[in-house]
Design a binder for this molecule. Structure first.
Ligand code: S3P
Length: 417
């Protein structure tokens, strides 16, 4: 168990690790491109290391030095590889599309958690392009076999950047045009990077179209991950004052700020600038009196990974909050509707599960206690924030999973390991 003490005041300036989604894409797309690229400020989380490992197996050269990754692409992938994607949904789903496009044989698999997550959502649309993709009862292992792809129009049922990206990565190797339309626009890092790498790509609202393209390597400077910064931003709002520097504020990722606006969190975006095709800013958050909120519908995709934390913050508001339209939480690294409700209750709060969300009865504080991570990195980090802000503190069971997206989390938090 990782003990966590409650704190009267939490204050500081933080330079946190790089963005997980962008690091995956920078390594994967450059690994499939012509030429060499340098990725700086990369996240060295276990998920991104899974991507590095798979790209090496496919023939790319990937050299890691601190937070810098040098990638030499393999435009022709090595066929017949078993690709271990670890815990990473982004690795398995994007690579399934990329391997289908490259016309190779590959087996993609992962750990117990990844093996429970739905893969039909990627296999089915890829089959619509003519790809040969077989799942194991809708799950991993996923098997890709060579096939010639034909572009088509595909409408996805869920707003998922992983599904959209898999289709686009297959589409850049298909004959004709491939268009994917989402119900709500999900994070658009794939579109931005493919465009920077010379792909023939067009974005029209929630629709993205691609045509056959050869990718050219491009250097990427990765911004700080707003999904990691969110824990420190929340501590600023609950307990004092935090300044997180160089945070990516791509509008498809800033749902946490929408939640902050509704809750009455006092924050400012300073020094707004553009770096490597992505907007970044320094985010200052100050102690605030939190209001209960209702969240749902189109607001959800831009804060999908932050919802456990937002729910926790609602426990510190005065009154009832409701999160709806977030059924996707059930198929993340854990069933995050169940694990978030349990976490809030284990720390002394009141929270009820709905099929597609949560009802949180905020009482302005949490007592503290012991919470299990369920081996889900976002649940472990949400629990740590809740305990620092709680009355008595307590501990997090199975805390090491933080390394999936944020290996230095406890160090940045100033908690002794
Ligand atoms: C991601 C997309 C999201 C998100 C995940 C990273 C990505 O998943 O939850 O942490 O990098 O494309 P979905 O596409 O399943 O919504």
């Amino acid at each position: 168990m990782q003990p966590i003490q409650s704190k009267e005041f939490f204050e500081g300036e933080f330079l946190l690790p790089g963005d997980k989604s962008i690091t995956h894409r920078a390594v994967m797309f450059n690994g499939a491109a012509e030429g060499e690229a340098v990725v700086t400020g990369a996240l060295m989380g276990e998920d991104c290391l899974s991507t590095c490992h798979c790209m090496r197996a496919l023939g790319a050269s990937v050299d890691v030095d601190g937070t810098t990754i040098r990638v030499k692409g393999a435009p022709q992938f090595r066929s017949g590889q078993d690709l271990d994607c670890g815990n990473s949904g982004t690795t398995i789903r994007l690579l399934t599309g990329l391997c289908a496009g490259k016309g190779i044989e590959a087996k993609l698999y992962g750990d117990d958690s990844l093996s429970t997550r739905p893969m039909g959502r990627v296999a089915e649309p890829l089959k619509g392009l003519g790809a040969q993709v077989a799942t194991t009862d809708g799950h991993a292992p996923v098997y890709v076999s060579p096939a010639r792809l034909q572009g088509t129009f595909l409408k996805t049922k869920v707003a998922s950047a992983q599904v959209k990206s898999a289709i686009l990565l297959a589409g850049i190797s298909a004959d004709g045009e491939t268009t994917v339309e989402e119900p709500v626009k999900s994070r658009d890092h794939t579109e931005r990077l493919l465009s920077a790498m010379g792909a023939d790509i067009r974005v029209d609202g929630n629709k993205v179209s691609v045509r056959r393209s050869a990718l050219k390597a491009v250097d990427v400077c990765v911004p700080v991950d707003i999904s990691s910064a969110a824990y420190f931003m929340a501590l600023g709002a609950l307990k004092g004052r935090t300044l997180c520097r160089n945070v990516g504020i791509n509008p498809t990722r800033t749902g946490i700020l929408t939640a902050f606006d509704k809750m009455g969190v006092r924050y400012t975006l300073q020094n707004k600038r553009v770096s490597g095709g992505e907007e970044i800013a320094d985010i200052l958050v100050e102690k605030s009196v939190l209001q209960p909120i209702a969240l749902g519908g189109e607001e959800i995709p831009a804060m999908i990974d932050e919802l456990p934390l937002v729910a926790l913050m609602c426990a510190f508001a005065d009154g009832e909050s409701e999160i709806s339209g977030a059924k996707e939480l059930r198929v993340k690294e854990s069933d995050r509707i169940f694990t978030t409700a349990k976490l809030i209750r284990d720390l002394g709060g009141e929270c009820e599960e709905k099929e597609d969300g949560l009802i949180i009865r905020g009482k302005k504080c949490l007592r503290g206690g012991v919470a299990d991570s369920f081996l889900d990195h976002r649940i472990a980090m949400t629990a740590a924030v809740g305990l620092i802000a709680s009355k008595d503190g307590g501990g997090v069971l199975r805390p090491d999973c933080c390394a999936i997206s944020f290996p230095t989390f406890f160090e940045n938090l100033g908690v002794q390991r």
